[in-house]
Design a protein around this ligand. Sequence first.
Ligand SMILES: [Zn+2]
Length: 459
Amino acid sequence: MRKFVLGILVFLLMFPISEIESEAAGSFKDISTNHRAYNEINYLAQGNIVSGTLDGYFRPGKVVTRGEAAAMMGRALNLNGRKRATQFSDVGSQYFASGYIQSAVEAGILTGYKDGSFKPGQIVDRGEMAVIISKAFGYEFGGTLSGAARALISRGISQGTADGSFGADQKIIRADYAIFLARAVNYKLRLTPGISYPADRSVTEDSVPLRTGPSNLYSSLGTLQTGNKVEASYAVGPWVYIRLGSKEGFIHSNYLNAPFGMGNQKILNQQMIVIDPGHGGKDPGAVGYGLKEKDVVLSTSLKLKSYLSRTPFQYKLTRETDKFIELSDRVAFAKQANANVFISVHANAYNGSANGTETYYYASNNSSADSKILASKIQGRLVTAWKLYDRGIKHGNFHVLRENTMPAVLVELGFIDNKTDNAKLASDAWRREAAKAIYWGILDYYKEKGFYVTHLYNK
Ligand SMILES: [Zn+2]
């Protein structure tokens, strides 16, 4: 009986699916089966990642605008595409890609321009496309066009151009964008299809479909069951390409026991980092060679804020101006903000005879283990970048560490009354180095906690 019902169900389910597939496959009037991008365009069309005109044309030779690129990438990565207000002066809430643009910016995949615009109608060239794909799929590329080109070429996503260059400034057309995007999504479409499976995961529910692409619109290749041990290769938004014995395909990361790849982008968006520049207002903090601690730590913290502003993280500062705040109010602020991480920034003083960088954490509360990891990551990055004496990480019984409930550290950048340290504390360029080091330390911490942050280092 059961088999019979199942048989009918399978029949009913298969019929409309094959109809949809036949409609999608080869449905574009201008994409014949021998078109060079036939496979890639139709693969993406199955997942509604690309679509054509209402009268059935794909227009493969048409250039791609930044707005269109955002929409296609956003659909591939399952970003929130709901039309809404954006942070850009030239992208209104009614613009067709407004939701994808805002989501892609929040995910660190796209950036706007310094003047507050996004230029959605601007045409994308191959170089920009390579950067967008590298960021979207988390390829390490060093933040440069050539690095992004290498990332794509080495994965078999792109060839160089005939003259041996990548052709970074050539305009990209829809057929090429589809080819690159489809190859990034599905490695079997690449010029050299080969991938590794760096992570082990297990499946947490029964009857989880394994699919040919990263959305429920793609056909099922079978199902996985609770406890299946799978090997994970790469992520496409919240979907993960996995292997189980001879079976391979996409599974939604919600059904895996731990985050993998870009699947935790949402979780990153939910992390609140509170930066606490010490002292302020009537309290100058330590003083040396005419320099006040309150000014040094505020300036450094504002630079750190600017790094964080280019990431999906949420962040708040206890002060952004020269004002006095009680220690208890700093703790209350962090708790009120539901901070996941608290970083207090200070500079030291001791008769001019001591020097170097040190980071404190509170060693005997519930978040001590994480506080210690955070302290050691920040200290490591600071000592490398800032090049002052390494005084190490230490337990510190400070109010803002002891009374806070989230992982919390207090960074002492250097000794303001020591001549060598003071020179760096006084320098705007060195403060930027310190801010970047703390930022990288935060990323190191999140990386160690299993978050995907690789693409954020070169922000
Ligand atoms: Zn201080």
